[in-house]
Design a protein. Sequence first.
Length: 571
Amino acid sequence: MATIIVQPGHARVGRQRVSLTAVAHYRLMLLLILFMLITMVVIGRLFWVGIFTQSGRGDDALSPFLPARADIVDRNGVPLARTMDAYSVAVRPSRLIGEPAELARKLHDIFPDEDQAVFYKKLTGKGWAYLRRRALPEQVAAVNALGEIGIEFPREKERLYPQRTLGAHVLGFAPNSEGVGGMGVESAFNDRLTDATLRGKPFAVSIDSRVQGALESELYAQMVAQRARGAGGIILDVNTGEVIAMASIPVFDPNKLQHYEGKSCSQSPLCNQIVQARYELGSTFKPLSIAAAMDNGVVTSMSKRYDATAPIPIGGFRIKDDHAMGRWINVPETLVHSSNIATARIADELGAAPLQDLFRALHFDQRAPIELKERAGTLWPANWGRITTMTVSYGHGIAVTPLHLASAYAALVNGGLWRPATLQKLDADDVPQGRRVFSAATSARMRQLLRMIVSEGTGRSADAKGFRVGGKTGSAEKPEEGRYNKSSLVTTFAAAFPMDNPRYVVLAMMDEPKGNAETFGLRTAAWTASPVVKRVVERVGPMLGVMPDERRDVDISDLMPLLWKPKGEKP
């Protein structure tokens, strides 16, 4: 057997090698631990800055650690508001190499909607400034081609509204994708839109963008034709309270906000006239008042007659009719011919308490229940004496928003159940049960009467063939310095369709229409607001699954004999 002899020197060298290897290993471990600690500190600091630091430009840069603002889509998934990576153009004046005046002129050529003087002021300023937010790619390319090293092109998260002005008052606006919404859905549902746990999940509103577009276009066309100060409209699902469309004209573009400080609601395009403006809505209140009288046993028969032979003198005033009947009239005639006198007599017999109870049940004494924060309060009469009871019955002496009226009409025709309006798309399980404000029998009778107003009375111009529209006109003079201005009208038509099985309320309003040759200079709701409802129903009915059918209608055969007709004309 061979013997292996280990030399002492060789063993000593081996031990030294093992020792050096261990030292190197320990040093590498220490460096690795130190590197990990430094990395954790840096990440922690970045997270802290991203979450808790808010400074001018820091918010615009949008830390990746913050949740993006959720998209807003309509009830069919059409995008209405989105957060996107957008181009911006900024300048550092200290780095400019070109002549500011010449550069301002070139920038104005690229962005003609911005004054040259505005660009010049920013180019000669002392600090970093935006030249354009939300610039188009071709605009960015044109600015880049100027070769100016002092101009930068930051990519930022921006809140964009791809449908531009469509539904602007409903959507509102947000300064950027993480800012608090300024109005509309952006403000009302800000917590939902910025909820980190719902990142990437769109928020569906109740609006149907197709219906919204039709409503806006018809209101705008009529406003222009009537040279009106403004217009508004709403379409409401009578069985759920969902707002299918809500429009206020004039509009604004949330992508290009302007400043309207110091302007009243009626003067600012940002004003949503459906929830922010309150009006005396005139004769549209008559069906509500008569329904209250029916439920309280005051009107027990449609054939019951009331004295409309002459105006009613009361409290130094006279309640009169625009088109005096000069005779005793029954309930259908009161609504078909829109008699203030007969309605006032019915309310006088009813009394103040029941009428107040109904109006409170319809929330006429408080802000309309809807998610929007910019809701206006109502003007509730301070004194409910006899004269107030009579005038309020036909819509004078009390001021509410058009949304109040739309919700009231939904309850009037849907079987008598009031539900709050909502801008959220509701699942079947989320629909409120509703609160009864009219009996089912009264609601059924009112559907007949509202249909008669359109087929036989002041609402004829809203009779969209085959859609069985029913509704009521209202033309009210605006109060001004303690009196009513006869030359300043708010005209409203509140309607529902199809009346044999109501699904939607449609309300159209004109603010100070002037009349034209087509209306023979007449400015009342029958000529200015009712035609809008007809055109809107004809356009949106099929979109909403309601097809015209002239073979169907509300059965009003028991009421028709009650309408007086001149000799020779069939009842």
